[in-house]
Design a protein around this ligand. Structure first.
Ligand code: NAD
Length: 345
């Protein structure tokens, strides 16, 4: 699909190109929907080959944020910013200029950190715009809340598939031990689960998980085929694909990674194999619930936690509906979000 067709089909409200020669900034901001509130989505910095590639990414990601925010029950729409640059080219002037562009949108787009940007960069944007959430001194790092929601989503999936959300003795394979994956592994271990893990980097973390939690380490390409009850992808996207689907021995997939399913056909194939799937943008919504709260009320950790724990119910409801209708869980989740955008929360 061409990017113009995407704009037509996805129904973006605004797409804003920024060329600030003085600051060396080339960026695109896409406001997909403000029906539920200001469009929230982070600012990604990436060495895109050209504007077309950046536009494709920002259109797709901004629509994804509309679904994620609506499904999380936030009075927020969906948007995204992308800066076309190499991470080595980060300067204060770049983020100040991006902040100026955000400011011009008058609060219709709220930005935050994302891939290759961090709270330091967000602080620089604050010099030129107030429309920034996920501030280090307010809601802070979203990863711990994401991990809490993922753990709840794993429990809901276990309840649906195995009839219990007690994870004691359950074999759970965790792919990726980064900010979210390590935290999820800790919670799973505390709940008595048996862990099978792999990670691309950081031997220290692996030694801790193997040494302290008794986890079994496997090679990165072996994780898909291990004998386990639940596979928890916490590293990469597109890991449910034509190569991996035949390998899975688990009855359920529930983890933090974004965009887990390669394409619609893989969603159908997974369903046909009888493997339950906790939709990624629902189960990993804890971080956006945490940061998003800054946008519409005073940050209150207890209220955030209550909303994050509700991920259990949302995941369980989607699994039930998918069983009843026979449609893949991802399809049900998208419809759930679209209905909320159309009819309100
Ligand atoms: P991270 O960069 O801290 O961790 C990713 C980990 O995955 C790293 O330890 C890396 O070594 C490992 N890894 C990379 N490729 C691997 C492979 N092939 N096999 C095994 N391990 C591999 O990232 P994170 O913040 O923990 O996020 C993890 C996933 O969750 C990402 O897909 C991210 O988009 C998604 N997510 C994160 C948040 C959040 O709050 N951090 C929120 C929503 C979604």
């Amino acid at each position: 699909m061409s990017t113009l067709d995407m704009i037509r089909e996805y129904g973006h409200e605004e797409v804003y190109f920024v060329n600030n020669e003085k600051a060396g900034l080339k960026a695109i901001i896409a406001v997909h929907s403000t029906k539920l509130g200001p469009a929230l989505g982070g600012c990604r910095l990436w060495p895109y080959q050209n504007e077309e590639e950046a536009l494709f990414d920002v259109l797709r990601l901004s629509r994804g944020m509309s679904f994620k925010n609506a499904a999380a029950g936030l009075p927020l729409g969906g948007g995204k910013g992308v800066i076309i640059a190499d991470p080595s080219q980060k300067t204060d002037a770049l983020f100040e200029a991006f902040g100026e562009a955000v400011e011009k949108l008058g609060g219709r787009y709220l930005t935050a950190e994302d891939v290759n940007t961090d709270t330091h960069d967000a602080d620089i944007m604050l010099r030129t715009t107030s429309h920034v959430v996920g501030r280090a001194d307010v809601s802070g790092d979203p990863s711990p809340m994401t991990a809490i929601g993922v753990f709840d989503g794993i429990r809901a999936t276990a309840k649906f598939v195995y009839g219990t959300d007690e994870l004691k003795g359950m074999k759970i394979a965790v792919q990726g031990l980064g900010k979210v994956g390590l935290d999820v592994a800790e919670q799973l271990h505390a709940a008595g689960a048996e862990l099978i893990v792999c990670n691309r980097s950081n031997r220290k973390v692996m030694e801790k998980v193997v040494g302290e939690y008794g986890a079994k380490e496997v090679a990165m390409d072996e994780i898909y085929g291990v004998d386990c009850d639940i596979f928890a992808p916490c590293a990469l996207g597109a890991i449910v694909n034509y190569e991996t689907i035949p390998q899975f021995k688990c009855k359920a997939i529930a983890g933090a990674a974004n965009n887990q399913i390669l394409d619609d056909a893989c969603g159908v194939a997974l369903k046909q194999r009888g493997i339950a799937y906790a939709p990624d943008f629902i189960i990993n919504g804890g971080g956006v619930i945490n940061a998003g709260q800054e946008a519409f009320t005073t940050y209150d950790k207890e209220k955030v936690l209550a909303q994050v724990h509700n991920i259990y119910n949302t995941v369980y409801g989607i699994l039930e509906e998918s069983k009843a209708s026979g449609e893949p869980e991802g399809v049900i989740a998208q419809r759930f979000a679209e209905n909320r955008i159309r009819n309100g929360l």
